[in-house]
Design a protein. Structure first.
Length: 395
């Protein structure tokens, strides 16, 4: 079997670790060419020892030195690079077939786009990249012929539930609606007056998934579902009004597609990201992901609720940004990243996250987006505005 050669961007994160777990189960299928990690050099060194990539990429020269020191003589044969340009370089290497885009946040945009422009098979976990730059991103996909496979569990489920030859036209495929499921996060049912005082530790303790800190907070505010709404819009060419968010606390149904004849197709499974990762890695084949089989008798009950918009204003803000179009989703994303970082830093109360984003959306007008430069400029302005708003709210 010819092995698929991989670059894993964000290898030291939650998705990166799950990806390497699946890869390790299939040494006959996959070969790691490049690994990248921003922090946790000991972890990256361990991965280098095990997978022997040709390239390892860190954030700066000091981290690169640290990695080289930890690896010692085992660094032989591994080129250690650092910085943004190196991330783009390993995402676009001629010898690489597929790129796992698992950097968190806006930092992932340029390297993910580099993989797309190089026409790779792109396994997209980094939803923020698509939220920020949807039009530019999808334009690059069609221009280069890159194959985009969603890793986000909901989008992977929708992808699996759409016709195999789905070509971006819901009506032509007889699709009536996309049902995007959400767990509701750790604060789905705590009394509203207690939300005021929740801590980063509580926000990061998700009932069903173990994830990085940023996406954990996004799940707690439900901005994660807002970002996923915009992600689904771009991935499936779906207008906002055809995407409905359904709270499903068990996280067993990962999303559904409703057809005009009344059929509703869904993908189910235990909440374990190795399932969508294995699906995309092996697509269109199926491989063992190390995930326990779903035991429906054990699950026993699947329940559904409408999202509570008073509790989760972030969801509404995302609909608003998608409707405004242009640079508005990039502004939404940037304001959210700054507000979440401030919350994790204990500089901003939980309930203020949505306030910051709403104020930034009010202050930064939506502009037309023609190219990457306009996306990055909207991102910069929104970050500065968010810092000013936070200073005003907390000073
Ligand atoms: P994480 O925080 O665990 O890992 C992030 C990775 O990105 C790490 O390897 C880190 O070193 C790297 N990184 C961070 N900042 C960077 C920077 N400035 N430059 C370069 N690299 C940087 O995050 P995660 O939970 O693995 O999530 C990764 C992406 O996948 C996010 O976009 C998230 O929304 C998406 N996602 C995650 C899950 C999940 O279950 N964890 C599910 C669906 C989607
Ligand atoms: Mg998801």
């Amino acid at each position: 079997m010819i092995r698929q050669r991989l670059t894993i961007l964000g290898a030291t994160g939650s998705i990166g670790l799950s990806t390497l777990d699946v890869v390790s189960r299939h040494p006959d299928r996959f070969e790691v060419v490049a690994l990248t990690g921003h922090q946790r050099m000991a972890e990256l060194a361990e991965q280098c020892r095990k997978h022997r990539p040709r390239y390892a990429v860190t954030c700066d020269a000091a981290a690169a030195d640290q990695l080289a020191v930890i690896l010692g003589t085992e660094a032989r044969g591994i080129e250690i690079l650092w910085g943004e340009a190196a991330l783009e370089q390993v995402a676009a290497l001629a010898e690489v077939d597929a790129v796992m885009a698992a950097i968190v946040g806006a930092a992932g945009l340029k390297p993910t786009l580099a993989a797309v422009r190089a026409g790779k098979r792109v396994l997209l976990a980094n939803k923020e990249a698509l939220v920020m730059a949807g039009r530019v991103f999808m334009g690059a996909v069609s221009q280069s012929g890159a194959q985009l496979l969603p890793i986000d569990s909901e989008h992977n489920a929708i992808f699996q539930s759409l016709p195999a030859d789905y070509a971006g036209n819901l009506a032509r495929s007889g699709v009536r609606r996309i049902l995007l499921t959400a767990s509701g996060g750790p604060f789905r049912s705590i009394p509203l007056d207690q939300l005021q005082r929740v801590t980063p530790e509580q926000a990061c303790a998700h009932p069903n998934w173990v994830m990085g800190r940023k996406i954990s907070v996004d799940s707690a505010t439900m901005m994660n579902k807002g970002l996923e709404l915009i992600e689904a819009h771009w991935l499936f060419n779906a207008p906002a009004e055809l995407i409905e968010v359904v709270i499903h606390p068990q996280s067993v149904i990962h999303s559904l597609v409703a057809y005009s004849d009344g059929s509703v197709l869904a993908q189910l499974g235990n909440p374990d990201m190795r399932t969508p990762i294995a699906h995309a890695l092996a697509y269109p084949e199926r491989i063992d992901a190390g995930v326990a089989p779903l035991d429906l008798f054990d699950v026993a009950q699947l329940t559904f609720e409408r999202p509570d918009t008073a509790r989760f204003p972030c969801l509404e803000l995302a609909y608003r940004a998608l409707q405004a179009g242009g640079s508005a989703p990039a502004v939404l994303n940037a304001a959210n990243e700054v507000a979440v970082a401030a919350f994790l830093d204990r500089r901003l109360p939980f309930l203020r996250i949505a306030d910051v984003i709403a104020r930034v959306l009010d202050r930064v007008p939506a502009m037309a987006v023609e190219d990457l430069e306009s996306v990055l400029s909207a991102d910069r302005i929104a970050r500065e505005t968010a810092q000013t708003v936070i200073a005003g709210l907390t000073g």
